[in-house]
Design a protein around this ligand. Structure first.
Ligand code: SF4
Length: 425
């Protein structure tokens, strides 16, 4: 038994109808009150009939009545208006300041045992998600209604990071540039890409934006991937150009060991992704904000299907020649850039300026895109919960990472449905 479960029982009025306080008073819960997640009592403005009198005030819940003392509520004025102490076990008589014994309701044995059994079964589960064995046909219906709110929660959380970047740089273009860079790292190399962009201020990128070769020299040189002893012609010329830029701008390159290739398909090696990112900057003349001028998802998707430069048609790494193949970003990866970078950026921009249509545009962008096909969405699919678009796939990712993995089943609409079904059996 924990306090969250107690709050769930109280909030959803799952107690038996004939209740009696520890002092023998007859109790009827007319309204459980409004749940308070900040400091102070757990529920405000409850209405309880105690014998013949209706009382309005606050309710505090504890696993044991002695928690009242342990939490020092007896000397806290915020708890003076508590009209009922709801506990699972009454292990200590509690008196309020200058008053008689606190009216105490013990809920143990006062609600259907089956709900607690179901809750324990979920909590003790170590499967992919705690309710893995219990999910039924209701989950897709719940998710259809809950997905927009869950996806918005995820956008909000990503906005937090974006707004912190804005605090640091005070420039939306610079923020979008760094975000785009991390997007080209596609999770595994997101951090080295972010560091790479941070190491080359956008003003320097803009000064070189009219020449693809100069941009490549700048980014490969800063990435540390050119190596100490370049042998092939292309790498030598990049190194020569970079030496010049490094001296001119006082640049300090990253350590090459930051980049990861393990378990990556060679097509996704950072060496290739850097060239595609440079193509992105070259194509938009280092003005990443231009991407936000269109609402046409097809145009945005097409923009991101960028090819690495010719050298990479025959290389996956510097100096190692392979068979010819164009290294172009595919539609699925282009989609990820819209889902993970552009939509959160639009949402954060809309939040910072309090412009609802921009936040809405972010949501609509997600709705217009096919959902991601990753391990999480496939697992949900195998449980019958399928994502029809990126808004729904983002919702499923949020649900797994922020609810299931943290066992927040009592805050989850699917969890509430599962327990509710049990309580009505
Ligand atoms: S959070 Fe919801 S979906 Fe996840 S395991 Fe708990 S009840 Fe199931």
């Amino acid at each position: 038994m924990n306090e969250q479960f107690l709050q769930y029982i109280w909030k959803f009025r799952l107690l038996n109808p004939d209740l009696q306080a520890e002092g023998g008073e007859k109790l009827a819960v007319l309204h459980p009150g409004i749940q308070n997640t900040d400091g102070g009592p757990d529920f405000f403005n409850a209405r309880i009939r105690i014998n013949q009198t209706v009382w309005a005030g606050n309710v505090e819940l504890h696993t044991r009545s002695s928690d009242w003392i342990r939490h020092r509520h007896q000397s806290d004025p915020a708890y003076e208006n508590v009209i009922l102490h709801v506990v699972y076990e009454n292990d200590q008589v509690i008196r309020q300041k200058h008053k008689d014994m606190m009216t105490t309701l013990v809920v143990k044995n006062n609600f259907p045992a089956s709900i607690e059994e179901q809750y324990k079964e979920i909590m003790q589960n170590h499967l992919w998600i705690p309710c893995y064995n219990l999910l039924n046909g209701a989950a897709p219906r719940v998710m259809r209604l809950w997905a927009p709110a869950l996806a918005t929660e995820r956008l909000n959380a990503k906005s937090g990071f974006i707004l912190r970047l804005l605090d640091e740089y005070a420039d939306w273009d610079e923020v979008l540039y760094i975000l785009l860079a991390s997007g080209f790292g596609f999770r595994i190399n997101a951090l080295p890409f972010e560091l790479l962009a941070r190491s080359i201020p956008l003003r320097i990128v803009r000064k070189n934006a009219d020449c693809l070769f100069k941009l490549e020299a700048l980014f490969y040189g800063q990435s540390g991937l050119l190596g100490r002893h370049p042998r092939d012609k292309y790498r030598c010329s990049l190194q020569a150009e970079y030496n010049h830029q490094q001296a001119k701008y006082g640049l300090k390159p990253l350590k090459p060991g930051l980049w990861k290739r393990l378990r990556l398909h060679p097509q996704n090696f950072p060496d290739i992704r850097i060239s595609q990112f440079v193509q992105c900057l070259f194509s938009c003349k280092a003005e990443p904000g231009f991407l936000l001028n269109t609402s046409d998802t097809a145009i945005m998707l097409e923009f991101f299907q960028l090819s690495a430069s010719d050298y990479w048609n025959t290389h996956y790494r510097f100096g190692k020649t392979v068979g010819k193949k164009e290294k172009k970003i595919g539609p699925a990866s282009a989609r990820l850039l819209l889902i993970n970078i552009l939509a959160p950026f639009l949402f954060a921009y809309g939040s910072a300026w309090d412009v609802s249509p921009l936040r809405m545009k972010a949501v609509e962008l997600l709705e217009s895109l096919e959902g991601e096909a990753n391990h999480e969405t496939r697992m949900w699919g195998s449980l019958g919960v399928k994502a029809g678009n990126a808004l729904e796939s983002q919702a499923l990712i949020q649900l797994k990472r922020k609810y299931c993995d943290q066992k927040r089943c009592l805050e989850c609409r699917i969890g509430l449905k599962l327990l509710d079904r049990k309580s009505t059996q």
